[in-house]
Design a protein around this ligand. Sequence first.
Ligand code: X8Z
Ligand code: ZN
Length: 494
Amino acid sequence: MLKTSLVLAPPSDPKESEELSKIMARLESTYGKGKWCPDPEKSRDSVRDKPEACKNIDEITRILAESRNEPDLRAAWEGWHTIAPPMRKDYTRFVELSNTGAKELGFADTGAMWRSKYDMPPNAFAAEADRLWNQVKPLYQSLHKYVRRRLGIATDTIPAHLLGNIWAQEWGNIYDLVAPADAGGSYDLTKILEARSDIDVVGMMRIGEQFFTSLGFAPLPQTFWERSLFTKPRDRDVVCHASAWDLDDEEDLRVKMCISKTADYFQTIHHELGHNFYQRAYKMQPFLYKDSANDALHEAIGDTIALSVTPGYLVKIGLLDEEPPESDDIPLLLREALDKVAFLPFGIMIDQWRWRVFSGEITPDDYTRSWWDLRLEYQGIAPPEERSEADFDPGAKYHIAANVPYMRYFLARILQFQFHRALCEIAECKGPLHRSSIYGNRAAGKRLERMLALGRSRPWPDALEALCGQRKMDATAMLDYFAPLKSWLDEQNS
Ligand code: X8Z
Ligand code: ZN
């Protein structure tokens, strides 16, 4: 466990180790400071009026989500990717140094070290990820084909700047462009939140906390509210990428994120709180066991709770006036799939790339080309314009710059449906899974707590079993959840 708990193994040579520390700090801070400063000559009037205005990640995220103007989307997409080229040299050296450290610990390379964290042989783990991807691939393909057609794209690939997100990793923001023609009024949570002046970003956080307390978890301590960072400070650059912290293995829990009032942030709030409630649940464990049973479980908890943020629940807490009728099931599922299903190939390709980078199969002079080869192979997307090795597009994604393994998010995407199904069974929810919420159900809360409290004291299949009675990861829950949508998509596509 000591060996496999590392994400980064510093070389034993103190000079090399120091060099690696400095590189890691520089990479993450370069990302954190990343801004796009539009060229005033080329910009449209709105930007030309304020030529000094450089845009940070939140502003660019907003453009990608909201603009329906292709040149603006393209400019913002390209603009964000300008933050990455300065990272290229550091990243190349980081790969060398981190591999040196991993080899000293007896691993073939850093990727092999990452794959050895899962209580099974590293190769078996890679095969397990492939198995799950193959289970969900047909669902993704149906969604991709439908979206492509609704966007009026004649080729097999979708340009990456048209999907509502800088990395095309979740597509929910273009729901309005691909909604079924006869769809009733599916609700827009961003608009609902914007219209509620009585709910600020802390209020959104309170709603998330309240879900956990409704399950029987203790409220967050006062210090959480005092010491967390909820909004972007105006006077300095911070790494805005959301994270959750456990400062003392006791009660000093915090989040660090730059929240704005959107549906995406409402989701991320639940995600981060999942980390904090997990951390608190295993705090009684001995030091080495104070962690999730594997890293995917940590990523899955808050998302599992967020799956219970159903229309019915929103009505209960007064965010929605009435539940959309059954005839809106397809629109609701489509909205959900644009985020959840679209993410799957992105979730798996990131570390397909990194594993090959660490093993040397992908060399530095091939970083960007191989990145887009994998984006094409898994996601079926292409860059809006030709890219070159000078670009270093992988560096424009936080987890590459900050060296956070990514397979955990792919697995979490599948596990969260497995957990949701199990908890809904315990809560004896009626109706289809996408309308089922465990809100307020103490029995479900208790079962969840049982798995969380185990921390890392048991191999992960035991933890899985404690929650859902299954020892294997299983994508059938996700497939069941989206089954009606899958039939509908296939009908539309044919
Ligand atoms: O990085 C995150 C969390 C922090 S652990 C906000 N996520 C991945 C991402 O943003 O790329 C959550 C979903 C996937
Ligand atoms: Zn997370």
